[in-house]
Design a protein. Structure first.
Length: 130
């Protein structure tokens, strides 16, 4: 499948970052997450590969601080994609390694020239355990 040049370059940038990064296409489907994200998500991208939004948005069992499940439409990445505005939130996930982690996530829409919606990218890090 052919990708937009901006997405190719964003993936290249993410692969060089020490900050965990997660990139989705305009439909919210996972295109890539980098090595630092693998540590927090509990699995290598090479092993999970690309995924539909409905798969990855529930795969990591996102919850609020009280353990209540977060619906996919409340995740910063999908909010940024839907609204075309940055979104930020803290929440908990269970990585594919079984570890529960507190994440702090900032997501940005990826909009190309002439307003082309290319997808979105989330940068995240592990927050302090509460």
């Amino acid at each position: 499948m052919q990708r937009e040049l901006e997405i190719i370059l964003t993936r290249q940038l993410a692969s060089y970052l020490a900050t965990p990064a997660f990139i989705v296409d305009p439909e919210g489907n996972l295109l890539f997450y980098n090595d630092p994200a693998e540590t927090l998500l509990g699995h290598r991208f090479d092993e999970t590969g690309e995924m539909l939004a409905r798969e990855w948005s529930t795969l990591f069992s996102p919850t609020d601080a009280n353990g209540a499940p977060l619906p996919p439409d409340e995740l910063p990445l999908l909010i940024a994609l839907r609204t075309r505005h940055p979104s930020h939130r803290e929440f908990w996930i269970t990585g594919l390694d079984g570890a529960r982690r507190h994440l702090v996530v900032t997501a940005l829409p990826l909009v190309g020239q002439a307003g082309r919606v290319l997808g979105a990218m989330a940068l995240f890090w592990e927050g302090e355990a509460r």
